[in-house]
Design a protein around this ligand. Structure first.
Ligand code: UDP
Ligand code: MG
Length: 344
């Protein structure tokens, strides 16, 4: 993914000298403890950048004081804050999508609310974008205070995903990244419900570059990603970026059928030409369980794809906006299109 730039090639922001508008999208779910600190850090860093900026906080149905605090930020002079409140908790990927849909910047940065992604890295990302890259994605070189379990499962997951999928998704990356307007437009044009944004951004192509950074411990509060959500996210990644599990069923079917055929030949030979015919109940039981297990497993795999077809087919909006604050066009949703999260 990392590439050197050909200086002669036409590129995103290269050569542009006037300050651009940078949108920073921050999905927030029950982040009352850090939100003020995050806002301050973002304003400080972005003021240093010399660019114009807006910070779009997306409240993903928080049940604590997050939305209340965000509303105050939106009214603060020179706070640069805009707020989108979703109608309920839709999940990080949908909240991020809502932010992308409402961002008007020449480049959009996606960052977590908990300061695990250091805001200072944004300056380097803007620098890379100014050089002409369309995507500058954060690559974690070190992850402070994350459990061994999370590190090991993440590593295995990205190995598996890259083996299964044709899209090259760089390991050790999260959603912390800067995207050029072109890339944002491309992602917005992808209406799928299985939103695995880091995969989608890899899929669109353009010029992408890694920006190494050290992932910090959460500034405050607890992770909003329990194991259950992590597993769902991992399955979304695999099933929306690969159909290889379906093919695996075919290959396993071929393998077991071949075995069965060999078994039949063996039985016929033993029955006709030898007197070693014994009843093998243990073998039978194992074979039955084995076949039953494989069939159920792949019924499950089929179900995963089928349920995704079903969900896509319903064509529901990705998210619903309850309220907006700090946007020019008025704070409350005006017409239907304002609340519906249909990308593009
Ligand atoms: N988040 C969200 N909706 C959710 C869960 C999380 O918007 O349902 C936000 C959360 O506020 C944070 C980001 O997504 O800004 C990453 O979540 P978290 O830090 O809990 O995940 P982790 O870093 O532990 O993977
Ligand atoms: Mg976090």
């Amino acid at each position: 993914m990392i590439e050197e730039l050909d200086p002669a090639s036409p590129t995103g922001a290269a050569g542009r000298q006037a300050p651009a508008l940078i949108s920073v999208v921050v999905p927030c779910f029950n982040e009352e403890e850090v939100i003020e600190q995050t806002h301050q850090a973002l304003v400080r860093v972005l003021s240093e950048s010399g660019e114009n900026f807006e910070i779009i906080f997306v409240d993903d149905g928080s049940t604590d004081q997050t939305l209340h605090l965000l509303k105050q930020l939106a009214t603060r002079a020179n706070g640069h804050a805009k707020v989108i409140a979703l109608s309920r908790n839709f999940g990080h990927q949908f909240a991020a999508s809502a932010g992308l849909d409402h961002a008007s910047g020449d480049a959009v940065v996606l960052i977590d609310a908990d300061l695990q992604d250091p805001p200072e890295v944004i300056l380097e990302m803007i620098g890379r974008w100014r050089e002409g890259f369309h995507v500058a994605y954060g690559r974690r070189t070190h992850r402070a205070a994350e459990s061994r379990f999370k590190l090991i499962t993440a590593k295995c997951f990205y190995r598996l995903l890259n083996y299964l999928s044709d899209t090259d998704i760089p390991p050790d990356t999260g959603d912390f990244r800067l995207m050029d307007r072109k890339v944002v437009a491309a992602v917005k044009a992808m209406p799928e419900r299985d939103r695995f944004l880091r995969g989608m951004v890899s899929w669109v192509g353009f010029r992408q570059v890694a920006v190494p950074y050290q992932r910090q411990a959460r500034a405050a509060g607890e992770s909003k990603y329990p194991v259950r959500k992590m597993v769902k996210f991992a399955l979304d990644g695999i099933f929306s970026f690969s159909t290889k599990p379906l093919r695996l069923a075919t290959w396993l079917g071929v393998a077991t059928s071949t075995l069965a055929l060999l078994g039949i030949c063996y039985a016929v030979v033993v029955r006709l030409f030898t007197d070693m015919w014994v009843s093998g109940w243990a073998f039978l039981v194992v074979a039955i369980f084995f076949m039953g297990g494989i069939q159920l497993l792949f019924l499950g795999v089929l179900g995963e794809y089928l349920s995704r077809v079903y969900q896509e087919n319903k064509g529901r909006p990705l998210y619903l906006v309850a309220e907006k604050y700090g946007f020019d066009e008025g704070d409350q949703p005006g017409d239907d299109s304002e609340i519906l999260g249909t990308s593009s």
